[in-house]
Design a protein around this ligand. Structure first.
Ligand SMILES: Nc1nc2c(c(=O)[nH]1)N[C@H]1C(S)=C(S)[C@@H](COP(=O)(O)O)O[C@H]1N2
Ligand SMILES: [Mo]
Length: 355
């Protein structure tokens, strides 16, 4: 009797278990849509206990007609599908030089989903925004303590009114064709295209339109670039995703044979679309254009790229990828250092040895 060979599958990479923080096995997935079970997971707190209440979404504040929308109301409204990556602003934090404190994410705090939801602007149109509306605040069900402040805090952040009214800012209820899984924000989460994923609030509890700037710790303390170690000069909020790329294969420190190798990965940006990815195999002396799988990345989605490398000689090689977007943004050699380690987008580097 033959023994069936076991299926070989990737796993998430655990960074922390409580709260749960796990990376996508990014080097081993070549799909446009990350399968839901491989979607990265990033939480600030323990999972909230969801009750019936979670199927009611109140929207109030600077509104003519404050309304409590039910889940049923929302899923019956005209909807939209968007394929886009969520990238944690701490993705690649482990690669900052000098090193910084915080979750030591490597390159898998990013996954791409097919999201379905209702444009937030349609809900805001129903409640009738007052002319005093300046920001929209999103409060989530999960909460907990912080190490720096007394008391407990819900995960709460705001969007400027223009971003809240963008036709692709969604109140989402499906991921990859199914109700959003519990760990990813069931039943309702916000999806904010082009911004780092801290903006895409899971487990929405309520929405409040305000006439002033929201100041909560997940907006004023965390998710800001602090360029200096010892003072807060130059503090700026983390918003749009920086142009970036990853080399999926070969993986770092591989030993290859002398021949032809495919260097492949994907690239993404929060400003415009990816127009070019270049690869160097000599540590940056000469750069070659990679083939983009689509000529340009579709708006929001990541684009796969590939470069065929004919290895000239045995030896050690420093391979890097560098993406460029339609806004002219290009990955720098060295990511802009900041104290809390956000927005890393230095050229992606792997070292290989050819024997
Ligand atoms: N309610 C709530 N929403 C949240 C968070 C959270 O801890 N609580 N984390 C944010 C951060 S920092 C990221 S990177 C994404 C992660 O989404 P995912 O776990 O579905 O991948 O959710 C965002 N939304
Ligand atoms: Mo994040």
């Amino acid at each position: 009797m033959d023994i069936e060979k076991p299926a070989i599958t990737p796993y998430l990479t655990t960074r922390k278990l409580n709260p749960e923080n796990q990376e996508t096995p990014i080097h081993f997935l070549r799909q446009t849509i990350t399968p839901t079970e491989y979607f990265f997971i990033r939480n600030h707190f323990e999972y909230p206990l969801q009750t019936q209440e979670a199927f009611f979404l109140p929207i109030a504040g600077e509104a003519m007609r404050p309304t409590i929308f039910t889940y049923q109301d929302i899923i019956r409204m005209p909807s939209k599908h968007l394929t886009l990556p969520l990238e944690c602003s701490g993705n690649n934090r482990a690669f900052f030089d000098p090193k910084v404190y915080g979750e030591q994410w490597e390159d898998g705090a990013i996954s791409q989903g097919l999201w379905k939801g209702v444009p937030l602007k349609d809900l805001l149109a129903l409640i009738g925004l007052k002319s005093t509306s300046l920001e929209v605040v999103f409060e989530a069900y999960d909460y907990g303590k912080r190490k720096d402040l007394a008391g407990k805090f819900h995960f709460t952040r705001s969007l400027p009114i223009q971003k809240a009214l963008h036709p692709d800012t969604l109140i989402a209820y499906e991921l990859n064709g199914k109700p959003i899984p519990y760990k990813h924000g069931y039943p309702l989460r916000l999806i904010v295209p082009q911004w780092y994923a801290m903006a895409s609030i899971k487990w929405l509890k309520r929405i409040v339109v305000i006439d002033h700037h929201f100041k909560g710790p997940y907006q004023e303390i965390d998710y800001n670039y602090f360029p200096y170690k010892d003072n807060d000069l130059g503090k700026t909020p983390v918003t749009q995703i920086n142009v970036n790329s990853v080399i999926q294969q070969p993986v770092n420190r591989s030993i290859l044979d002398n021949g032809k190798h495919i260097i492949e990965g994907f690239a993404w940006t929060g400003t415009g679309v990816i127009i070019e990815v270049e690869v160097t195999t000599d540590g940056g002396e000469s750069w070659h254009k990679a083939n983009l799988v689509q000529e340009q990345s579709p708006l929001y989605s990541w684009t796969f790229w590939k470069y065929v490398w004919k290895v000239p000689n045995k030896g050690e090689y420093l391979i890097m990828s560098r993406a460029k977007d339609s806004f002219g943004h290009i990955q720098p050699f060295k990511a802009m250092w900041n104290r809390k380690g956000y927005g890393y987008n230095g050229v992606y580097t792997v070292k290989v040895k050819v024997e």
